[in-house]
Design a protein around this ligand. Structure first.
Ligand SMILES: N[C@@H](CCC(=O)N[C@@H](CS)C(=O)NCC(=O)O)C(=O)O
Length: 148
């Protein structure tokens, strides 16, 4: 990736990069958007009137999400008082501790995994485990069970 031939394609020396005719595209999100437009028959780009969420998620994943994931993997924690300056704020559903939003979002995820309506991805499984591996969750289940 640092060889001159590859640097001629992507001067940053990073992957991925694609060449399509005369066009060179780097950056994952840009590649996705480019390919969706270049091959409309695949129907991967919504019509212009339905692009609000499409753009939001492409840009969110490319910017805040990538930063959050890399920063976390490097052990960099945004100081609480500086979260307003970070595009992603923090990694919690709401705030920095378990809360009612986790109860509800966690229940939706756990039920979805149980009923097969949510794909069993590692991240979803880990999140569901955090929510269900709690004394309060076990107590609530016992109470539910005793009412049958
Ligand atoms: N923001 C870039 C990230 C690209 C990136 O970080 N690629 C890493 C691999 S995941 C890479 O090529 N690292 C090798 C290097 O920098 O030498 C994108 O969305 O494509």
């Amino acid at each position: 990736m640092k060889a001159p031939e590859y640097l001629a394609t992507n001067p940053m020396g990073k992957v991925p990069a694609i060449r399509h005719g005369a066009a060179v595209v780097t950056e994952c999100a840009a590649i996705c958007a480019y390919l969706a437009d270049a091959f409309p028959q695949a129907k991967l780009a919504p019509s212009l009137t339905n692009r609000a969420n499409y753009y939001r998620w492409l840009f969110f994943a490319a910017g805040p999400l990538e930063s959050a994931i890399i920063n976390t993997s490097l052990g960099f924690v945004v100081p609480k008082e500086r979260e307003v300056s970070a595009g992603y704020g923090n990694l919690y559903i709401a705030g920095e501790a378990f809360c009612a939003a986790d109860v509800y979002v966690g229940s939706q995820v756990a039920w979805g995994l149980q009923f097969g309506t949510i794909e069993k991805r590692d991240a979803f499984m880990r999140y569901a485990a955090c929510v269900t591996d709690r004394d309060a969750y076990r107590r609530a289940n016992e109470l539910d069970g005793s009412m049958n």
